[in-house]
Design a protein around this ligand. Structure first.
Ligand code: UFG
Length: 326
């Protein structure tokens, strides 16, 4: 049975494709290459460049590849564009799934659906009060799936990612966003001398060292959870929502210090203003994924995450670009 990976040319999607192929699945990738990179797509995956909102395009992909399947979803930026991509895209996708009798979806959700939590660790039953459009659209997408399940029996697993970082251990693929906004790649680009320093966004938060605390999960562990979710749905598991994190929090300063140890580089850092919309602390309670999906994260320590990310960044200083530029 083929697996369709939406966003399979992106950071997380490309790691999912590699792991699915490792375990012998047939993989079809759809990506509009707006943020993804063609070179990140494994050569053994069937690749279709196009947009999920394009009915005709998506219909062709489903007609060519699917009698029945499962999906790993993913998406992107600015308020109206978010609604269009995420909400409209999910609507078209669910419609195509119904037309082609595809009854299972593994969905990429986010910790951003919770907003500023009342307490940590955050469990799946806590209130969802997203503070960003991104989080809000992901929450709407979860609701769309719930309604579609009730009406048409499509089963879903929604995985609420906390902070995903690290890279495939071989160093073949890794994180390469343009522009880069994520903490770990920015720290490592600074270690490589591609940035003069990293700016810490605020040191006046109500945390022990004043910088924001996040829960970092290794991308390969994150993908393991997707494969477990796929097995769970194939075995008839009921629709559900799971957090994916390490259940441990690290501050921005602690992450920079950890990277200094791994890379043995100086990594100059300065303090800047808070970035709007950043909650002070996000830490996942991930027991449910462990209990129900049997998820066993094995690489999720900050040292391992940074070591693997460093392997990628130091061997691909320009990411997927061949020419030298930053
Ligand atoms: N940070 C800095 N300096 C930088 C970049 C980041 O101090 O140059 C800080 C941020 O303020 C934040 C932390 O590092 O406190 C992590 O920032 P990221 O941008 O790496 O990650 P976010 O926590 O903002 O976002 C991540 C995912 C989102 C998802 C969110 C869920 O990238 O897709 O977690 O909370 F929505």
């Amino acid at each position: 049975m083929s697996v369709l990976v939406l966003g399979g040319a992106g950071y997380i999607g490309s790691h999912a494709v590699y792991q699915l192929l490792d375990r012998g699945e047939t993989v079809v990738v759809v990506d509009n290459l707006e943020t993804g990179q063609r070179q990140a797509v494994h050569p053994d995956a069937a690749f279709y460049e196009g947009d999920v909102r394009d009915h005709d395009f998506l219909r062709t992909v489903f007609e060519k590849n699917f009698a029945a399947s499962s999906l790993v979803g993913e998406s992107m930026k600015d308020p109206l564009k978010y609604y269009d991509n995420n909400v409209s895209g999910t609507q078209v996708l669910l419609q195509m799934m119904l037309e082609h009798d595809v009854k299972k979806i593994v969905f990429s959700s986010t910790a951003a659906v919770y907003g500023e939590p009342e307490s940590v660790p955050i469990t799946e039953d806590m209130p969802t009060r997203p503070t960003s459009t991104y989080g809000e659209t992901k929450l709407i997408m979860e609701k769309l799936m719930k309604r579609t399940e009730e009406a048409h029996g499509i089963s879903f697993v929604s995985l609420r990612y906390f902070n995903v970082a690290g890279a495939r251990e071989t160093g073949e693929i890794g994180e390469d966003h343009r522009p880069e906004t994520h903490l770990v790649p920015i720290i490592l680009q600074t270690a490589l001398g591609q940035r003069p320093h990293i700016t810490i966004f605020g040191d006046d938060y109500d945390t022990p060292d004043g910088t924001c605390i996040r829960d970092y999960v290794h991308v390969e562990d994150l993908i393991d959870a997707h494969l477990s979710a796929l097995d769970y749905l194939r075995e008839g598991g009921k629709s559900d929502i799971f957090n994916l994190g390490s259940s441990e929090g690290f501050s921005v300063k602690e992450m920079i210090d950890a990277a200094r140890k791994v890379t043995r580089k100086d990594i100059p850092a300065g303090i800047g203003k808070r970035r709007s919309g950043d909650p002070s602390i996000l830490i996942a309670g991930s027991d449910k994924a462990k209990q129900v999906l049997g998820w066993r994260p094995s690489r999720t320590s900050v040292a391992k995450i940074i070591e693997d990310a460093w392997k990628w960044h130091s061997s691909h200083p320009n990411g997927y670009r061949k020419e030298v530029s930053t």
